[in-house]
Design a binder for this molecule. Structure first.
Ligand SMILES: [Zn+2]
Length: 72
C-alpha cells in the first residue's frame, strides 16, 4: 500500500518537499515544513495510507469549514 501526503489546511496533495534552498536537508529533516502548492502554507503534511482515509480527511475538513462559516 502506497502512502501519500496532503496539506492539513486545504487538503491539496500538491506538496513540495523542502530543499537545500529552503535551508533544510530533506534526507535528515523529514519533519521539516513542506510547502503546499495550492494554499502556500508551510506545514508538516498529513500522511494517508489509502484513498478512503484521504476522503474521510477531506470530508472532515469540509465539515469544519462549514462550521466556521456558520459562526456569527
Ligand atoms: Zn494547502
Amino acid at each position: 500500500m502506497k502512502e501519500f501526503s496532503a496539506c492539513p489546511r486545504c487538503g491539496s496533495r500538491d506538496l513540495r518537499i523542502p530543499t537545500f534552498a529552503d535551508g533544510v536537508v530533506p534526507e535528515t529533516d523529514n519533519l521539516a515544513e513542506w510547502t503546499c502548492g495550492r494554499c502556500g502554507v508551510r506545514t508538516t503534511p498529513v500522511w494517508f495510507e489509502d484513498e478512503a482515509a484521504y476522503r474521510d480527511f477531506l470530508a472532515a475538513l469540509e465539515a469544519s469549514r462549514d462550521a466556521t462559516r456558520r459562526r456569527p
